[in-house]
Design a protein around this ligand. Structure first.
Ligand code: UDX
Length: 440
């Protein structure tokens, strides 16, 4: 535990990735934290020490802080608000049908906070919310709180990545605090000061946009390198070398220049689309983002086409080992997973599938069902008797695949590496045909 100068009583409303990790990390920093959620099953699980999500180190962190009595869980949202000086809103903001963010959960929490405002509180929005949301939160709290009740609102977007979220929370590149109340900003800044990260103090709207602009920019990097991969494919160049070469320029950086089957997950697809909607709402056509989304949508077809072409246009009756079902490595999350979309597309082409993911089997089953799919026990079980291997998620375990062993059980030694995990020369040396994304 880190000894922090200002001890705070904090409630975090919403126990999804952001809320749960934020609550656990704040308690580990020494604050008194209660995590509240209206979903009873979730809170019951957490009270028993069972994590509703797979996240490296989370269970240990939660259990340690529960034991040391700094962290607790409740479904009594009202009580958690009343007993705290700082209230974090960390509920989900999924896409609605038009692509804009569905803010109904944020509005509901703001109303509950207003109704339970017994003394001065700072209300902080951690959820990713479009421009103008924090101002509306302020109004809703005001409308629902007792006459003369005092409070402040602060926008504090979260940048953690699934799979490395605890590390990210303790090693953030920056803290963004947006408000019209400088005193509230300064108070919340004390929560983060020990991290020695730059703290950007600004208005609500700029803070809200930092989050969308950051995610959209990272998605743009991915779509950009996926386009470069297409050129590499046609021109006989290697996208990995191009990424390395580009990344050495400090102004560009190597991160998020891994070509693959496209980005997925609960954030990038939703946030890029929501930013596009926001720009349209302000009568601006964000052309670049249209391109980013379009490239991402097409990338999986490029991957499938390579497989279909290799099997001369007919995948019917062929069996593929699909390695990876989560939207990326080190998570069990299959939301907007491109890997799952590819599995469905291969099935649509009449292929038989043997699938494996180190963490996401249960979540994948909920989406894919049992129809025509064999859920393998492990990597080698998936490969057995297959006509080819499809690498769909960048798990390290797949990068370390024992090619000699795999070759013994495969019908055809061919790998379609959708994440450019393997070295083409070594794979070919081991007697395989190799297809990557824009590799030589
Ligand atoms: C992202 C942001 O990184 C994080 O700051 C924000 O808070 C939430 O959204 P996350 O969704 O956990 O985090 O995943 P991330 O690691 O960013 O990957 C997103 C997707 O992009 C994955 O599907 C991943 O496979 C893909 N990706 C990432 C690439 O295809 N290439 C890359 O170079 C990097």
């Amino acid at each position: 535990m880190i000894v922090i100068p200002t001890h705070m009583k904090i409630s975090v409303i919403g126990t999804g990735y952001v809320g749960l990790v934020t609550g656990a990390v704040f308690s580990d920093w020494g604050h008194d934290v209660v995590c509240a959620d209206i979903i009873e099953e979730k809170i019951a699980m957490l009270k028993k020490g069972v994590m509703p999500i797979y996240e490296d180190g989370l269970k240990e962190l939660v259990n340690k802080n529960v034991k040391e009595e700094r962290l607790s869980f409740t479904t009594d949202v009202a009580k958690s608000i009343k007993e705290s000086e700082v209230v974090f809103i960390a509920v989900g903001t999924p896409s609605n049908q038009s692509g804009s963010a569905d803010l109904s959960a944020v509005w509901a929490v703001a109303k509950t906070i207003g109704e339970n405002l017994n003394d001065y509180k700072i209300i902080i929005t951690k959820s990713t919310v479009p421009v103008g949301t924090n101002e509306r939160v302020w109004e809703i709290v005001k409308e629902n709180s007792p006459e003369g009740a005092k409070f402040a609102c602060v926008s504090n977007p979260e940048f953690l990545r699934e799979g490395t979220s605890i590390y990210d929370a303790n090693n953030t590149d920056r803290v963004i605090l947006g408000s019209d109340d400088p005193k509230a900003i300064d108070k919340i800044a004390t929560l983060y000061e020990h991290l020695n990260a730059p703290i950007v103090k600004c208005d609500f709207r700029s803070a809200e946009l930092v989050k969308y602009a950051s995610n959209a920019f990272l998605a743009t990097k991915i779509s950009f390198i996926n386009e470069i991969a297409r050129i590499c494919h046609s021109a006989g160049a290697d996208v990995k070398v191009v990424s390395e070469g580009m990344g050495l320029d400090k102004r560009i950086g190597r991160a998020f220049l891994n070509a693959g089957i496209g980005y997925g997950g609960s954030c990038f697809p939703k946030d890029v689309e929501a930013l596009y909607r926001t720009s349209s709402d302000h009568e601006y056509d964000f052309r670049l983002l249209r391109g980013v989304m379009d490239v991402n949508e097409r990338q999986k077809y490029f991957y499938i086409e390579q497989i279909v072409r290799h099997f001369k246009g007919n995948l019917s009756g062929k069996t593929f080992a699909c390695l990876g079902l989560a939207f990326k490595n080190n998570t069990d999350d299959t939301r907007k997973s491109v890997a799952l979309e590819i599995v469905k597309m291969l099935r649509g082409e009449g292929a038989r599938l043997r699938v494996f993911d180190p963490a996401a089997m249960e979540n994948a089953k909920k989406v894919l069902g049992n129809d025509v799919i064999y859920y393998a026990k492990d990597l080698m079980d998936a490969i057995e008797g297959s006509d080819g291997i499809c690498i769909l998620t960048e798990w390290q375990e797949f990068a370390e695949i024992d090619l000699a062993e795999a070759k013994k059980t495969l019908k055809k030694a061919v790998i379609f590496d959708g994440r450019n995990l393997l070295d083409p020369a070594s794979v070919r040396k081991a007697g395989f045909e190799y297809f990557g994304i824009g590799r030589r």
